[in-house]
Ligand binder design. Structure first.
Ligand SMILES: NC(=O)c1ccc[n+]([C@@H]2O[C@H](COP(=O)([O-])OP(=O)(O)OC[C@H]3O[C@@H](n4cnc5c(N)ncnc54)[C@H](OP(=O)(O)O)[C@@H]3O)[C@@H](O)[C@H]2O)c1
Length: 379
């Protein structure tokens, strides 16, 4: 008993120490500095992925060229990676309800108006974190979750863009459940903004900590932040290639790692990663982008197996060509080529992708799958 108590004490001291260090470091280093540091320093992605995937090696210091918020944050990162709460305890057996779902006699009486309104809004009283929520597909997903009664935390690198997203969400708020704000009074609007870069370890740790401390449990994480830099391989700048992988793949890994910690504690949650048809099918001039999105599909499948026994579903969506800023610069020739291969003969809309995200968030028996939304392009 004594040993257990002293072990617990040591553990809590350790946690509070890392958090104090992390906070101190955050006061001294701004996210802006980190982004600048990243722009001038190539990301040694392989070593970062390796330390994430093989946490037993994570005690060794991170290479100096990895952008970190501070040495303190970096050490807190490796301590987190060693905790892996899901690896130490066996999966809980499924509890099977003995009530008959088809029985017409229900123990509950006629629903109150509040209960009825909750039934109509499936995301009532839930929090959904959406990376890349300031524009395009991410913003459409935010609208879809808000319309169904949920609160949303939007993540992006540009605060003006995020403010614009919040304004557009508030414009449609007459349809939104007024109870959808956070009950702690910090943000009654039900729309919170986080400025940060998903490819930077320190930014992700700061954002995940704030989300968990300020906005409570996260039910859904949508990893939508992404960039594309089309170019044939030999003319591609290695730094740009590294940025594509860092944002699209490593950002998805980092955010899933940060947010799933709380989900694991509650044995509940859903992660939806935005891949692409180019992760399933090759296209000339998009090899690095394709690699990043194929990586997202592989990550999704394995993580679904890892987290499924702990009550967390992980799925992906693979949009075809969707009308957003990302596709605005396609040449006429590229558009014509794509449309010729698309049975439905048109580009998709961000709203059509968003409806797939809300579907997957509610599909309690789907995990590890990639849902393609492409007008038949990959058929
Ligand atoms: N449009 C398509 O045809 C299509 C097709 C298949 C898949 N996708 C995927 O769908 C996702 C959304 O694409 P979209 O078309 O909506 O693109 P978009 O309009 O360019 O929006 C990209 C979003 O990601 C954010 N973002 C980019 N890099 C980030 C970073 N490092 N950290 C945090 N946020 C970052 C952007 O905000 P800031 O720039 O302000 O940071 C913006 O909110 C991407 O993953 C994309 O690869 C798009």
């Amino acid at each position: 008993m004594k040993a257990l108590t002293s072990c617990r004490r040591a553990h809590s001291t350790f946690i509070s120490l890392s958090e104090t260090e992390a906070e101190a470091s955050l006061r001294t280093k701004s996210a802006l500095n980190l982004i600048r540091a990243r722009k001038t320093t190539p990301l040694p992605l392989a070593s970062r992925l390796s330390s994430l995937l093989y946490p037993s090696q994570a005690t060794s210091p991170a290479p100096a060229s990895i952008p970190q918020a501070s040495p303190a944050l970096s050490s807190s990162s490796s301590s987190i990676s060693q905790q892996r709460p899901w690896s130490s305890s066996p999966a809980k057996p499924l509890s099977i309800s003995t009530s008959n779902p088809f029985s017409s006699s229900s123990s509950s009486s006629t629903p109150t108006p509040t209960q009825a309104s909750n039934t109509l809004k499936p995301f009532h009283n839930t929090t959904t974190v959406i990376t890349g929520g300031s524009r395009g597909i991410g913003l459409a997903i935010a609208h879809a979750f808000r319309k169904q009664g949920g609160r949303v935390v939007l993540i992006g690198r540009n605060i003006e863009s995020l403010e614009g997203a919040r304004s557009s969400l508030m414009l449609g708020s007459e349809n939104v459940d007024v109870l959808a704000g956070w009950s702690n009074g910090l943000d009654k609007s039900g729309v919170a903004l986080m400025e940060g870069d998903v490819a930077i370890v320190g930014d992700v740790e700061r954002m995940c900590k704030t989300i968990s401390q300020t906005y409570g449990p996260t039910e859904h994480l949508i990893n939508c932040a992404g960039i594309s830099r089309d170019s044939i391989l030999l003319s591609m700048d290695p730094l740009e290639a590294s940025e594509v992988i860092a944002t699209n793949l490593f950002g998805t890994i980092l955010m899933s790692r940060g947010i799933s910690k709380g989900m694991l504690r509650r044995r509940k949650g859903c992660i939806i990663n935005v891949s692409s048809v180019l992760g399933l099918k090759g296209v000339e001039g998009a090899s690095v982008y394709s690699a990043s999105k194929a990586g997202v599909v592989g990550f999704t499948k394995s993580l679904a197996k890892e987290l499924g026994p702990r009550g967390i579903r992980v799925s992906a969506i693979a949009p075809g060509f969707i009308e957003t800023d990302m596709t605005a610069n396609l040449t006429e020739q590229q558009r014509t080529q794509y449309l010729a291969q698309t049975p439905l003969g048109r580009f998709g809309s961000a709203e059509e992708v968003a409806s797939a995200a809300t579907f997957l968030a509610q599909a309690q028996y789907i995990t590890g799958q990639t849902l393609v939304i492409d007008g038949g392009y990959t058929a």
